[in-house]
Design a protein around this ligand. Sequence first.
Ligand code: NI
Length: 135
Amino acid sequence: MYLTRRETFNAAHRLFRPEYTDEQNFEIFGKCSNPNWHGHNYTLYVTVKGDVNPKTGMVVNLKTLSKIIKELVIEKVDHKNLNTEVDFMKGKMASTEMICLAIWDVLERPIREMGAQLHCVRLEETENNFVEFFG
Ligand code: NI
């Protein structure tokens, strides 16, 4: 059984390589290279996989899952600058792909310790652009 929890956050970022000029960065990263930052409203879907516990009728307790996602991810990124303020994004490109990978790394173990398996992290940067990682 697959169970998905949805969370939202908004955060600022900039996609750029410091060794490139602003023009070169714009050429590669487009509007996301704006030197004065900009924000996105992100939507995060965390899907876990496991058997339905016959006693509880649940794969995992959604309240616990939500608490883990909020504490380990949302509280760290919401209303923050992904380039400069988020510990698990230090030294990484603040692209949707890299944020998604970092969130996987943060959540994989705690979800395993809940008795389930992390199946997919889906991160939507806009309603048209999203990534999915299956480990
Ligand atoms: Ni952007």
